[in-house]
Design a protein around this ligand. Structure first.
Ligand code: AMP
Length: 528
């Protein structure tokens, strides 16, 4: 199914149902669909044609969601970009995608203007809110005459190109077809246990796969997408209560902030029945805190990517809090030998219980067909019909997958492999640990040592206490215990919740006390 048809059917089925709410207005499916038709006509008048891309550099808003669907009416596609990117990063993506136009807002206008100077092909400018400098305003597009565009609807056309957040290197464009995202949406609805007229918090950015599929799943179900353009935990809790939001699909970091503030903010959260997280692993401590606080009907660990969408899900988090579950509906999962040089094939499967690289069957209808303009990256990621995730993990004795980190973040200390996520999970269970990241630091004797960067909750625990916790947990072999503890103010993360381990390895962090006062090092002995 083409996504323009999916929207049209929702508007015909339940025209009076609430579709989207933002700071500027509330729209039923009937009203929103009409606006989309007008905006499509307006974009056509500005010269947007089938097969072309229009970039969006705005925070989540009705305007952005409207432009996304309006482009589909023209056979065109959106390129939603991270609204925090610098002018240089935006210019790169505008040139790389070949976007003919851009939607932006006041907060991004300056950077977009600078970027446009380096992207001459991008000639159409639409500003959400009052327009300046000769740009067309979004309101003008809405006021365009509703001339029904007649572009062909082909399921294999591109509907969106997302740029992968990536923790290293230049972002890569991931073109996704209507077929890909229709399949991904249906699978998500089933995997997350969503129903008709669901209401969700639209706070995950629409430039990320999670935000985009939150929106698409609501449209399929005649649900409501309640926009929050900037995350603030107290305001989010109040909005959830006021709008009677039933489903939250967020990265672990946002759940962490919400659960911390629940006790302080008076808000009736009994409406929240369905929880799902993706983007990064969640510690078992946080899983338990969420179960205790919300007592949800469904709570799902959704392991996936921009490229393939859902790899696996675990809906039994109470019993198995660190598992990412079994393969999702459209795919298969395997664990193969982890090879940082990416030469291993899909047949080199490792024995059950052994850590390797997780690969998923790329014949899934949710799977992309290759990166935009990046044949080498495509050849590395897609091999013999499989998508190589770059994630490390293992299958447990029940056949469930556990994600342990990234191939490039695996720590090798004295010839032994250590996977950051398992160490983080143990450390996060200490009440004095608010947040934690584990990385390998170069060491003359051991090659690398395991180092833990800890954000203390109140008074910092001592390294000795944390070391004792690792030993007594019985979940970590002694050589996996951190050799060094560094107490820091924050852990750097991407907007999709991923730890930027490289920044920590390169010394880009703010210690809570001068480093010379932090007695975090523990000598490593061969008896470990
Ligand atoms: P993105 O394309 O931004 O969605 O990032 C995909 C990557 O995020 C995956 O390859 C994993 O490294 C990580 N990821 C996504 N979901 C999970 C999850 N549930 N548990 C652990 N890691 C995850």
């Amino acid at each position: 199914m083409h996504l323009a048809t999916m929207l049209e059917l929702a508007a015909e089925r339940h025209p009076e149902a609430e579709a989207i709410v933002d700071e500027r207005g509330r729209y039923t499916y009937a009203r929103w669909h009409e606006r989309i038709e007008h905006v499509a006509a307006g974009l056509a008048e500005l010269g947007v044609r089938a097969g072309e891309f229009v970039a969006c550099v705005t925070r989540n808003s009705e305007a952005m969601a409207t432009v996304y669907f309006a482009l589909h009416r023209l056979g065109a596609a959106a390129v939603p970009l991270n609204f925090r990117w610098s002018a240089g990063e935006l210019a790169y993506a505008l040139r790389d995608s070949g976007a003919v136009g851009v939607l932006y807002e006041q907060t991004t206008a300056g950077r977009v203007a600078e970027a446009l100077g380096q992207a001459p092909g991008c000639r159409i400018r639409v500003q959400a809110g009052p327009a300046a400098d000769g740009a067309v305003s979004f309101a003008q597009l809405v006021a365009s005459g509703a001339r029904r565009p007649t572009a062909a609807r082909r399921d294999d056309d591109i509907n969106v190109m997302l740029y992968t957040s990536g923790t290293t290197g230049r972002p890569k464009g991931v073109p996704r077809t209507h077929r890909n995202d229709y399949a991904a949406t249906v699978a998500m609805i089933i995997e997350h246990g969503l129903g008709r007229f669901e209401r969700t918090l639209g706070v995950m950015p629409l430039y990320h796969t999670m935000g985009l599929h939150s929106l698409l799943s609501m449209v399929f179900l005649n649900g409501a997408f309640i926009v929050m353009s900037q995350f603030d935990p107290d305001a989010a809790l109040r909005l959830v209560a006021r709008e009677r939001i039933g489903s939250l699909y967020l990265v672990p970091t946002l759940f962490h902030e919400l659960v911390r503030r629940c006790a302080e903010v008076p808000a009736d959260l009994s409406c929240v029945r369905k929880l799902a997280f993706a983007g990064a692993p969640m510690t078992s401590t946080l899983v338990r805190a969420l179960i205790d606080r919300f007592r949800p009907e469904t709570f799902v660990n959704h392991y996936g990517s921009t490229e393939v969408y859902i790899h696996s899900t675990n809906a039994r988090l109470e019993a198995s809090p660190t598992s990412a579950g079994r393969a999702a509906f459209h795919t298969r999962l395997r664990v193969v030998a982890a090879d940082p040089d990416r030469r291993v094939g899909p047949e080199e499967v490792v024995p059950q219980g052994e850590v390797g690289e997780i690969i998923v069957d790329a014949r899934s209808p949710e799977a992309f067909g290759g990166y935009h303009n990046r044949p080498e990256a495509t050849a590395r990621a897609l091999r013999d019909g499989w998508y190589f995730t770059g994630d490390t993990g293992y299958l447990d004795d029940r056949g469930e997958i556990h994600v342990t980190g990234r191939v490039d973040d695996m720590i090798i200390t004295g010839g032994e492999n250590v996977h950051p996520v398992e160490v983080e999970d143990v450390l996060a269970s200490h009440p004095g640990v608010l947040d934690v990241a584990v990385v390998g630091l170069p060491d003359e004797k051991w090659g690398q040592i395991v180092a833990a960067f800890v954000v203390p909750a109140g008074e910092a625990p001592t390294p000795e206490e944390l070391d004792r916790l690792c030993l007594e947990s019985r979940r970590l072999a002694p050589f996996k215990r951190p050799r060094r503890y560094v107490f820091v103010r924050t852990i750097p993360r991407t907007a999709s919740g991923k730890i930027l381990r490289r920044e920590l390895r390169e010394g880009r962090y703010e210690p809570v006390a001068p480093m010379e006062e932090q007695a975090g090092a523990r000598p490593q002995t061969t008896s470990d």
